[in-house]
Design a protein around this ligand. Structure first.
Ligand code: C2E
Ligand code: CA
Ligand code: CA
Ligand code: CA
Length: 278
């Protein structure tokens, strides 16, 4: 409680100092995270909704922070973007996911795919060359790699985005539009953009079956995508009812806790690949 204006003011600055201090501490720790090997990729399986088999994975970053535990990306990716650290972290994610994909290709020849998230800040003219170099270095099959980008980014400058997407697809990889339906996407742009996949956001999956609006939205996204020649991935499937709804609506792939959460590479091997689940 503030006794007078002056105390109130002091309280305010102390609070601000604490916040600035916490942010600096986090920023310094994040700067060291990559060289210290504290970053790790988890992999969430994606499943064929019609046939039921494992199709591939989405790579999702984790930060194993000493003395604190595991930090989810929502807590440090925004800071990495504000501080510019995202360039190095994002480069590492691309390399590590491609390296892992190549290892699994060799060890299991399972014909699986790897989806990799990109930050908006990575989506610039340098990206195709960076991706080309990583594809070369890792020797991964480009047709097995999909990059996930968010729609807000594309809509800012659709023409420049279309050019970049073309350059990426010339490398033989595919591109997915992440969190589809949550942003400002316009259907007109969608027709212009050379994409392969739409990822239906979890907010819509949450409402099916049962919510009439969400059911209508999901069905029309899937119909529209198939008319445009795009495949669809339903995110956040947590129940068998949701899985069945998405399958009956014609959605191509599904992922979510109903199947498996994101898991470390070692667990992918012991729980899926070693058992021949592909
Ligand atoms: P996203 O790309 O939309 O990823 C889906 C998020 O939903 C993941 O959270 C995943 O663990 C979670 N999820 C999957 N299935 C279910 C489910 O059935 N129920 C629920 N409640 N959640 C589910 P995560 O791993 O915490 O990642 C959060 C976000 O952080 C991602 O959202 C993505 O935008 C970003 N992110 C993750 N990894 C990377 C990365 O390597 N680079 C960049 N730039 N961003 C990343
Ligand atoms: Ca994603
Ligand atoms: Ca998503
Ligand atoms: Ca999301």
């Amino acid at each position: 409680a503030k006794a007078n204006g002056r105390d109130g003011y002091q309280f305010y600055t102390e609070d601000m100092n604490r916040q600035v201090h916490e942010r600096l501490t986090l920023e310094n720790a994040l700067r060291e995270a990559l060289p210290r090997g504290e970053l790790e990729l988890y992999y969430q399986p994606q499943w064929d909704l019609e046939q039921g088999g494992l199709v591939g994975f989405e790579a999702l970053i984790r930060w194993n922070r000493p003395g604190i535990g595991q930090v989810r990306p929502d807590h440090f990716i925004p800071l990495a973007e504000e501080t510019g650290l995202i360039q190095r972290i994002g480069g590492w994610v691309l390399e590590e996911a491609c390296r892992q994909q190549r290892v699994w290709e060799e060890r299991y020849s399972a014909g699986l795919c790897m989806a990799i998230n990109l930050s908006a800040l990575q989506f610039n003219e340098g990206l195709p060359e960076q991706v080309r170099r990583i594809l070369d270095q890792t020797g991964v099959d480009p047709s097995r790699i999909e990059l996930e980008i968010t729609e807000s980014l594309l809509m800012q400058d659709p023409d420049a985005s279309a050019g970049l997407l073309c350059a990426l697809r010339k490398l033989g990889i595919s591109v997915a539009l992440d969190d589809f339906g949550t942003g400002y996407s316009s259907l007109a742009y969608l027709k212009k953009l050379p994409l392969d996949t739409l990822k239906i956001d979890k907010v819509f999956t949450d409402g099916v079956p049962g919510n009439d609006h969400d059911e209508a939205i999901v069905k029309s996204i899937i119909d529209m995508a198939s008319h445009l020649g795009l495949s669809t991935v339903a995110e956040g499937i947590e129940s068998d009812e949701q899985r069945r709804f998405m399958a009956e609506a014609g959605c191509t792939l599904g992922q979510g806790y109903f199947y498996l959460p994101p898991i470390p590479a070692s667990q992918v091997e012991t729980e899926l690949l070693d058992l021949g689940h592909y």
